[in-house]
Design a protein around this ligand. Structure first.
Ligand code: SF4
Length: 92
């Protein structure tokens, strides 16, 4: 009985760590280019939604549809994110 309780507590702790890790940074890939988003940093200023409404839509999942803009448009918008929640990675 005690063993089962300990295993249950272990599982809960692992699941918490996994979901926490998952939420730290989310990635949206597009042909050698990745939009990264860190939910904890986002201040919900809405700059992304105003600049590229076809890409950023908080009422849809996924909320970032990176294929609806060119890489140049994405970079320009990401650089305008006031909190640094958005960043990008270019694969070489
Ligand atoms: S522009 Fe940046 S801070 Fe503003 S809502 Fe979008 S991700 Fe969040």
């Amino acid at each position: 009985m005690l063993l089962l309780l300990l295993f249950g507590l272990f599982q809960i702790s692992v699941l918490k760590k996994l979901s926490k890790k998952k939420m730290e940074k989310l990635h949206y890939k597009k042909e050698g280019f990745t939009v990264n988003w860190e939910p904890k940093k986002c201040i919900h200023a809405g700059v992304c939604v105003k600049m590229l409404p076809k890409v950023y839509n908080p009422s849809e999942r996924p909320w970032i549809k990176q294929d609806n803009a060119t890489v140049e448009e994405l970079i320009e918008q990401i650089n305008a994110c006031p909190s640094g929640a958005l960043s990008y990675t270019i694969e070489e």
